[in-house]
Design a binder for this molecule. Structure first.
Ligand SMILES: Cc1ncc(COP(=O)(O)O)c(C=O)c1O
Length: 446
């Protein structure tokens, strides 16, 4: 497969757009970053005229698939009435009320444009609320690319700290140009290790403002918290006067309207949501306890943004949430059914082809990896996967008309149907056959 026009566009793009792509991660796609022409439901079409079943879904936001009619209608109406006012409008109030009604921890919300911004605000609120500075975050989690939280991703920090004891700080900046002291306030810990967490919180609570965690480690293997881990995190942070932030930028609206904290029955002080909330339009929110959120009202914490709460974004979010909530959440039942079909089918195919692997899944998001580990329940185990083999799998799936993210994370939308899942599994069957004939896991010859 040549991807002729995508390659030509990339060359053109590089002359004007730094790096040729609009977000660094997109450059990693093999065999070449694809240029899209349009999307429709579960399908995306590239500039070479090929159509793909889409499990990248814009890196998560497209929970209703591409070009959902209710989103188009709502955004069309919004933009005709003016895209942004710099004033307040009813859509903001409707959205904020809706979020307070459906997110269990939300007594107040604040609207921003991206997950990165929501995390920045949550950290600021936590510091202002506690009068402390340090923030505990975890290896393998991702919380956006702001200087204050962006550490090397996904594993350089782990390698750098492997000669240190797990509880020692070894925070490696995520990028060139990051201010040398921007991560001074970060304490980086292994996730899912209650002992280290308790030890650290008890020893340093006088300086720790917040613990921030993905509720499921979606960014590194879709790994579940150990039973009781998030509950312990909640209990210790509450006891020690530390703000607990769950970063639900991926899990929010994806695992259900109440996100992971609703699903697991956890009561964090703050959550950050984004991605699926806007169905593909830039919007995010911080939601949480009134006592903390009111710092914005009192003027203690500044929350700014020219386009915050614009009419198009609030209309998109309301339309997305409305479609997800319709028929008592029928969209979630559908997404879960299709995901069952995919994950069961992939596990069976791995077995029948003799390609050892693991599929970790929660609701309509899962991570597929080739590995000799029986289970992948830690960041260390995740790092033992054969990432290069998976990248090859993703590149061959592209030839078969299936678009996957090269790191193994699959998103399923409400637009995916049984027929797309069936075609996907047939493609995976052929591709696994090709991988085996090329050497399989660890390059074993057959
Ligand atoms: C858990 C989590 N938090 C925050 C972010 C940052 O969101 P955004 O890319 O919208 O800035 C991401 C993005 O992938 C994420 O996965």
């Amino acid at each position: 497969m040549t991807y002729t026009k995508s390659r030509a566009y990339l060359e053109q793009s590089k002359q004007y757009l730094a790096g040729g792509v609009a977000s660094t991660l997109r450059a990693a796609m093999l065999p070449t970053p694809l240029f899209a022409e349009s999307g429709n439901g579960p399908y995306i079409r590239d500039v070479d005229g090929r159509e793909y079943i889409d499990y990248l879904l814009g890196y998560g936001p497209l929970i209703l698939g591409h070009a959902h009619p209710s989103l188009i209608g709502a955004m069309d109406t919004a933009v005709r009435g003016g895209a942004t006012y710099g004033l307040q409008h009813a859509g903001e109030v409707d959205l904020a009320r809706t979020l307070c009604e459906i997110l269990p921890c939300a007594e107040r919300v604040a609207l921003s444009g991206s997950g990165t911004e929501a995390v920045m605000l949550a950290l600021r609120l936590a510091r202002a609320h506690t009068g402390k500075r340090k923030v505990v975050r975890f290896h393998g989690h991702y919380h956006g690319w702001s200087d204050a939280i962006f550490t090397s991703f996904p594993s350089v920090d782990m390698k750098a700290s492997s000669s240190l004891t797990a509880a020692q700080d070894a925070v490696v900046p995520g990028t060139g140009g990051q201010s040398a002291n921007s991560l001074d306030d970060i304490i980086l810990l292994p996730w899912n290790d209650p002992e280290i967490l308790e030890q650290t919180l008890r020893a340093r609570h006088h300086e720790i403002a917040a613990v921030i965690s993905e509720p499921i480690m979606c960014n590194s293997g879709c790994i579940h918290p150990k039973p009781g881990y998030l509950e312990q995190m909640r209990a210790w942070t509450r006891e020690l006067g530390i703000v607990m932030i769950l970063d639900e930028v991926i899990t929010g609206f994806r695992l259900g309207l109440g996100g992971a904290h609703g699903l697991f029955g956890i009561d964090p002080d703050l959550v950050t949501v984004g991605k699926a909330m806007g169905g593909g339009i830039a919007i995010s929110a911080v939601a949480g306890r009134a006592a903390i959120m009111q710092l914005i009202e009192r003027g203690t914490v500044s929350h700014l943004g020219t386009l915050n709460g614009n009419t198009v974004a609030t209309a998109a979010a309301l339309a997305t949430i409305g479609a997800l909530a319709a028929d008592h959440g029928a969209a979630y039942v559908r997404m879960n059914r299709i995901t069952d079909q995919l994950t069961d089918g992939i596990a069976d195919l791995m077995k029948s082809h003799g390609l050892p692997g693991v599929v970790n899944r929660e609701g309509p998001v899962f991570n597929m990896m080739f590995t000799r580990e029986d289970k992948v329940e830690s960041f260390e185990a995740f790092n033992k996967r054969d990432g290069a083999l998976y990248s090859r799998f993703a590149a061959l799936m592209l030839e078969e008309g299936v678009l996957l993210r090269p790191n193994g994370l699959w998103y399923v939308s409400a637009a995916h149907r049984e027929q797309e899942a069936t075609k996907t599994l047939q493609a995976a069957d052929r591709v696994m056959g090709r991988l085996i004939s090329q050497g399989g896991l660890g390059g074993e010859e057959r």
